[in-house]
Design a protein around this ligand. Structure first.
Ligand SMILES: [Zn+2]
Length: 61
């Protein structure tokens, strides 16, 4: 299992989530911060499976 590190847009702490797979793209998921428990939308984009993905995090209102 791979993990991705995400930075929370509310408290700026980093935490890890289970990584979706390359084949699941387009990937958009909602997760709660492990530190402050606030929800955020996470978009994950790979250009190739061997590379680290681009991770975009947006605060959920
Ligand atoms: Zn947080």
């Amino acid at each position: 299992m791979r993990f991705l590190t995400i930075t929370c847009p509310f408290c700026w702490q980093s935490f890890e989530i289970d990584s979706p797979s390359f084949d699941e793209q387009p990937i958009e998921l909602i997760t709660d911060c492990e530190v402050c428990c606030r929800p955020m939308t996470v978009r994950i984009t790979w250009r190739s499976p061997a590379e680290e993905p681009e991770i975009e995090v947006e605060a959920e209102s």
